[in-house]
Write a protein that binds this ligand. Structure first.
Ligand SMILES: Cc1cc2nc3c(=O)[nH]c(=O)nc-3n(C[C@H](O)[C@H](O)[C@H](O)COP(=O)(O)O)c2cc1C
Length: 204
């Protein structure tokens, strides 16, 4: 992965305006979005929910079998889509809640093509792409680790759904895509296997 300056995200808030029960009750998949940028603090909150750490310990917001932490989160950002963040692919560093530029340029259209032309992928400001490095979990659990990785991405995906709703945003969990094509669009090494694409934006 290419190294470059980190973008430190605003600290995530741990007090929201929507009760958890309301977010659960309102959870749904959104596929129609208006073209409006999101703020850095909204992106910060979504990434924290997906794979961040709490401020009192190193526990992540999502459980992990044997704390093997196989998930890696990437952000595909369009031009003028997130306040003060230019178009590109970014890697989320959960340890210091920052982003590292991985590739410059808007790849939303390419990403949509790799996902059976699901158009909401290029209509939203950002797509959260959750990948797994299976080896981290399989090393400890053998083939059963594969099940654990899949369960874990579900935890992360549900957190993104709930956090999006609580922020007045929407998302949909996308599993229909060509793995190899998504990996190529994201310029990722073979060890990274994409599991979910989650477009995030303001519902129409
Ligand atoms: C593993 C998984 C894969 C999915 N893949 C897609 C997808 O590729 N495209 C899509 O539009 N929705 C996808 N969905 C969302 C489902 O279609 C959606 O959850 C379902 O229709 C129920 O609607 P709701 O989420 O609004 O309750 C997926 C959901 C899951 C759990």
């Amino acid at each position: 992965m290419s190294q470059s300056a980190q973008i430190h995200l605003p600290p995530p808030s741990q007090k929201g305006v929507m009760p958890l029960e309301e977010a659960i009750a309102r959870r749904e998949s959104i596929r129609n979005f208006i073209s409006q940028p999101i703020s850095q603090s909204q992106l910060s909150q979504i990434l924290w929910a997906a794979q961040g750490t709490s401020d009192t310990s190193w526990n992540r917001t999502v459980p992990s079998a044997g704390a093997t932490y196989p998930l890696e989160v990437f952000v595909v950002c369009g031009a003028n889509c997130v306040e003060k963040i230019s178009e590109g692919i970014y890697h989320y560093n959960n340890d210091n809640h920052s982003l590292t530029l991985h590739h410059r340029g808007d790849v939303r259209l390419e990403l949509a093509r790799a996902a059976l032309d699901q158009e909401y992928i290029y209509e939203v400001p950002v797509n959260i792409v959750i990948c797994a490095v299976y080896e981290r979990t399989l090393r400890r659990y053998g083939s059963r680790g594969e099940r654990y990785v899949h369960i874990e991405v579900g935890h992360a995906g549900q957190n993104i759904y709930l956090q999006a709703i609580a922020l007045g945003l929407g998302t949909v969990a996308i599993g229909a895509f060509y793995d190899e094509s998504v990996r190529e669009v994201l310029r990722l090494d073979k060890q990274y296997r994409p599991l979910y694409i989650m477009p995030v934006g303001r519902p129409a």
